[in-house]
Design a protein. Structure first.
Length: 209
């Protein structure tokens, strides 16, 4: 009972907006992991909320990421639903060598440019300095690439998410965003599940073919 009271008190002291972002975020990742198209509307709500939250906590790369994800989630919803209801689902595919190279190049070259730009712009505009500008930028670039691969139903997108979600847990804990850190810890677990599930879907597709 004491632990329950502690949890209730902790929950009461959290931001209602952040908790809403957490709930919708968890729902969208779970539904994506089980290959359900309804992950996209929940993702749209969650990313919309986090655009505001990350702006308030000076995680500007994350703010930009969520603004982009807001748009790409709309694209993903369209891409997954463009076939007739009675048609087969869009098949999952394995990652290509070109996609691996693209991920590495983007992470290596775009991340430092984005980090430097954020530091410079906040100085010029007299905003609060960005938190973890280069690490946050790296995670943003990797996450955006993983999101595109998820929209295209690339199996290995989930392995990329496991990697980046673990880094995000430490970032959000350091910024006092405990519910968000908890959400990303669960994201990492769901991403691992998503990988094994999608790999199984792919193997079944190959057997059917």
């Amino acid at each position: 009972m004491h632990l329950l009271e502690v949890f209730i008190n902790w929950l009461y002291n959290q931001s209602g907006l952040e908790l809403t972002g957490v709930v919708t975020g968890l729902l969208c990742v779970y539904l994506a992991a089980v290959n359900n198209i309804w992950n996209w509307p929940f993702a749209i709500v969650s990313t919309g909320i986090y655009i505001y939250i990350f702006a308030q906590t000076a995680l500007y790369a994350d703010m930009i990421q969520n603004a982009y994800l807001f748009v790409i989630n709309i694209y993903g919803w369209y891409y997954w639903s463009r076939r007739p209801v009675n048609a087969a689902k869009v098949p999952v595919v394995r990652i290509t060598r070109k996609q691996v190279v693209m991920l590495v190049l983007l992470a290596a070259f775009v991340s430092p440019v984005l980090g430097f730009t954020l530091v410079s712009l906040t100085k010029v505009l007299n905003y609060n300095p960005p938190a973890f500008p280069y690490l946050d930028s790296f995670c943003t670039v990797v996450s955006l690439t993983a999101q595109i691969y998820m929209a295209r139903k690339v199996v290995e997108n989930w392995l990329i998410w496991v990697f980046v979600d673990i880094i995000y847990v430490t970032i959000y804990l350091s910024k006092g965003l405990q519910p968000t850190a908890f959400m990303f810890a669960i994201y990492a677990v769901l991403a691992a599940k998503g990988y094994f599930d999608w790999r199984k879907y792919y193997q079944n597709q190959q057997l059917s073919a």
